[in-house]
Design a protein around this ligand. Sequence first.
Ligand code: PLP
Length: 422
Amino acid sequence: MNDVSRRRFLAAGVTGVALAAMEGCTDLGGESETSLGLPMPPIDVDDLAWAHVRERFILESEIAYMNNASLGMPPHVVAKAVCDGYEAISREPLHGKHDLQEIIAEQVVPGLAAYFGVDEGEMSLTRNATEALHLQAMGLILKPGDEVLVTSQEHPAGNSPWMLRAERHGIRVSEVFIPSPFDSGEQVVDLMESAITPRTRALSFCHVTRGGHLYPVKEISEMAHRHGLLSLVDGAQAVGQFSVDLHDLACDAYSASLHKWVLGPAGTGFMYVREVARDVIRTNFSAGATVESPGLAPGGTADFPVRAALATALDFCNALGANQVERRCRYLSNHLKSGLTQIDGVTILSGPTPETSCPGSTIFEKEGLDAVRAVGLFEERIGTHIDEHQRDGHNAIRVSTHVYNTTAEIDRFLEELSTARA
Ligand SMILES: Cc1ncc(COP(=O)(O)O)c(C=O)c1O
């Protein structure tokens, strides 16, 4: 890459947008975009206000994608940034790689740190939440017989590392039952607190569960600290749905995927370790690591184009604004919930209040409808992608709607649901 094209790539790599515009990608023009080509922040929450944002996604027109909790749907600019990055390292690997590394070091890591309210040195990039959860669990200094509490609603990615440590290091893993749904955050704190024993060293739990239940991370973390315990969080389903300030949440470690609600490219995530917890959550990689130089991040050649495209995803999220994203997601799931209450045989299983349920994911059962079979049924009949939630004692369907969904898509789904049996 020569100097001119390198500068052009770097400038566009930040957002992927300048280059995208040059090469004939979506250009909405008018007042729907900022001078950087990003969508203007919608002021209202309705479909009209978000129509210009929706146009930034390249989903096939006959599909309604309501399964964001499984895998987020990146906007076109993010897909384009990944392509540009791959082109750059294919055309000129040496400088292409350096340029991408520069974007990662100078924009992605600082951008993530700013977005989540932490210091850059507290952020380690990973391929996903699973990898981050593994590193945060394996890095915790524990001795045989020490206990870690998990909750009954953890994802396997949150539990498996502890099971491995039980097998390999003789630690004890105890599961705290949390009802689905639960009544209040206080109930979750009380249930976890009453399970603490003299052997407990850490609490490991979701911020948002797979079913969309919202745990009170700050209150649990403060309770954990009162008992001298660590608070380790799985934020895979939380980040990107609403504003997350990790210092304010007071947890010691937090792992997340960026390819769900942050709309980053697949294969992106991070692990945050609070600076003061570095003496007890240690590296899995580097001999001679110190508190000042903790070596927490996996090393080696990385998926540079994918990681660098996170700069674009962050620009996109920042352009919309985390609070606006939350309001829009709530608006859509409230629309869905209100329609569900009109359908015979439907029971909503999401938490009853905004304090207990996340903005974007909704779970419910319908009498006579098998959730696993329903997934195929809705795809076949109306091209709508949803997921099943046959866990926590439920035969539930999970609908996870992000800002790009519309009330028309939800209405179509509700209409089909009203007669569906499987
Ligand atoms: C709560 C929770 N934690 C962890 C994960 C794992 O995420 P990833 O596949 O990005 O590693 C998921 C995936 O759906 C999840 O829902």
